[in-house]
Structure formats: structure tokens, C-alpha cells
Design a protein around this ligand. Structure first.
Ligand code: ZN
Length: 58
């Protein structure tokens, strides 16, 4: 059980590091599939989003 928690936290930290890297590369809040800006509303709900609504499930 505790190992699962550690894994989940590790994945979240990894996502945060990727997001920070995207901020440095000026690609934060830009869909990795189509290059569209992700809406501010969505980013505020989940700052770790890497895809727009159209590509969230693809
Ligand atoms: Zn997209």
C-alpha cells in the first residue's frame, strides 16, 4: 500500500518537473499534439495538462 503511494507521488513529481521544463522552453500550456494554447481555465484547474481538450484522450 505504502509503495503504491510512493509511486503515485513519484509520478506526480515527474509530471511537475516536466511542467517546469516546459515553462523554461516556453511550451507551457501548449498542446503537445496540435500546438494549440490550452485555455487558461483548464490550466488553472490542472496546471500539469499537456494536451488541449481535443487531444486529452488521444
Ligand atoms: Zn491539441
Amino acid at each position: 500500500m505504502e509503495e503504491d503511494v510512493v509511486k503515485v507521488v513519484e509520478q506526480q513529481i515527474e509530471q511537475i518537473e516536466k511542467t517546469l521544463e516546459r515553462m523554461r522552453n516556453n511550451s507551457f500550456a501548449i498542446c503537445e499534439i496540435c500546438g494549440t494554447h490550452i485555455s487558461l481555465d483548464d490550466i488553472l484547474v490542472d496546471p500539469l495538462l499537456t494536451r488541449c481538450k481535443d487531444h486529452l484522450n488521444s
